[in-house]
Every structure is written in structure tokens, then in C-alpha cells.
Design a protein. Structure first.
Length: 229
């Protein structure tokens, strides 16, 4: 086996390994109304654009930045979680095609897998339950498990520490947003790849510093497995 082989894959959930049918924006609209943002007009449009730009970040951090008030941010975050949880029951949450098989193939090849999210722990657990994914990965992490969410490196580094990986250059990160790329770069991961199955397109992912931009998690798993042979 090559020296400095990839031993840990840190994979984002919504947009990267999970197709959630655009639930984030729908839940955001409910939350923004609960926090008192006007339902139409330039303020609402700016907020929607900010949510798209910061996709992948911790949701409470997004609401703090948008609203500038802790009480309103907490109100919005609670409304977001409740709306997302309700919508999970309405929408057919599904894996990105081939994602479950890709995760299994990585683990079979000796790569540890951590699933990360910008959602709360409760919302992440609801997603995992909806997918039947409770045991699919070696570890699942939400921002509250790590300290800070993306774009900070905490989720990636917490996965490395908990799974006892020897060095950051043995870590590969995959996500569909610039926040995922920023977190992977800040953590010092050797591979920081963008997936074209979610929020941000190839030019944005490359501009954020992605080492690779791939069609999906399927090709990511192939890349990592090829590196190990």
C-alpha cells in the first residue's frame, strides 16, 4: 500500500450523498417568515441569495449573520429545523444515485467514512433514519459535535481525531458547496473534491480551491480506491 494513502473520507450529506429535493430553501422560507423577514421584496431576495451562497454552513451561523440578533436567530433556527423535519415526511428523501454503494466500497477498501452536515444533530438523525443510514458510516457529525460548522475545519479534524487517523494528508473531503471546500482546505486535507450534484457549480468549486471536481460521490470513491492500489 502506498505511503500516505487516504485513510479517511469526510463526506457531506445533503447535495453530496443525499438528494433532499431542495428542502433547505423551502425550510428557510418558513424560518425567515417566523423571524419576521418580509415575505417578498429585496430583503427576502437578499436573504435567499445569502442562503444559497452559504449553503453547507451551520444553519444557526447563517441565521446569526442574516438577522444580527441572537434571539431572532434562535427563533429562525428552531423554525427551520421544525419545517425541515416536517418536509422530510412529505418529500421522498433518497441517496444520490450510487452513494450507498460508494460508501460501502470505500469502507470495504479500508477507508473510514464520516458523514458531516451543517444541520443540527436532531435534523441529521432524522435524515439518517429516513434513509436507513444509521450504520452506513464509521461516524456521523453535526456542528454541535465538533465546535464550529463549515467553513471552519472542525468537522474534518474532529473526524480525524475520533477515528484515529494518523495525519491530515491521509484525509479526503467531498462536498457540493464552497463551504465544504473551504473546510477541507482549512483542515489541510490532501484531497478536497467538489461534487456536481448539489448547490454550487464547477467554476465556483474550483475558485474555492477544490483539488478535484467530480460528477458525484461515485467517481470520488473510484478516485480514492485507485489511489490506494
Amino acid at each position: 500500500m502506498p505511503h500516505n494513502t487516504i485513510d479517511l473520507a469526510v463526506l457531506d450529506m445533503a447535495g453530496t450523498t443525499v438528494a433532499d429535493g431542495g428542502l433547505v430553501l423551502r425550510a428557510f422560507d418558513t424560518a425567515a417568515t417566523a423571524a419576521g423577514l418580509e415575505t417578498e421584496g429585496p430583503q427576502r431576495e437578499r436573504a435567499r441569495r445569502y442562503v444559497l451562497d452559504t449553503m453547507g454552513q451551520s444553519k444557526i451561523a447563517v441565521f446569526r449573520a442574516l438577522l444580527g440578533d441572537e434571539d431572532r436567530a434562535q427563533t429562525a433556527n428552531r423554525a427551520f429545523e421544525a419545517a425541515y423535519d416536517d418536509l422530510i415526511d412529505e418529500v421522498d428523501i433518497a441517496p444520490i444515485p450510487g452513494a450507498a454503494e460508494a460508501i460501502s466500497a470505500l469502507r470495504a477498501a479500508g477507508v473510514r467514512v464520516a458523514l458531516t452536515t451543517g444541520f443540527s444533530r436532531n435534523t441529521q438523525d432524522r435524515l439518517l433514519d429516513a434513509l436507513g443510514w444509521r450504520d452506513i458510516a464509521d461516524l456521523t457529525l453535526a456542528p454541535s459535535d465538533a465546535g464550529r460548522g463549515r467553513p471552519y475545519p472542525d468537522l474534518v479534524l474532529t473526524a480525524l481525531l475520533r477515528l484515529r487517523i494518523d495525519a491530515v494528508d491521509r484525509v479526503a473531503v467531498l462536498g457540493d458547496t464552497t463551504s465544504d471546500i473551504a473546510a477541507g482546505r482549512a483542515a489541510g486535507a490532501r484531497i478536497v473534491a467538489g461534487a456536481l450534484t448539489g448547490a454550487h457549480d464547477e467554476p465556483r468549486l474550483r475558485a474555492a480551491g477544490a483539488t478535484h471536481v467530480l460528477p458525484s460521490v461515485v467517481e470520488f470513491a473510484e478516485l480514492i480506491r485507485a489511489e490506494r492500489t
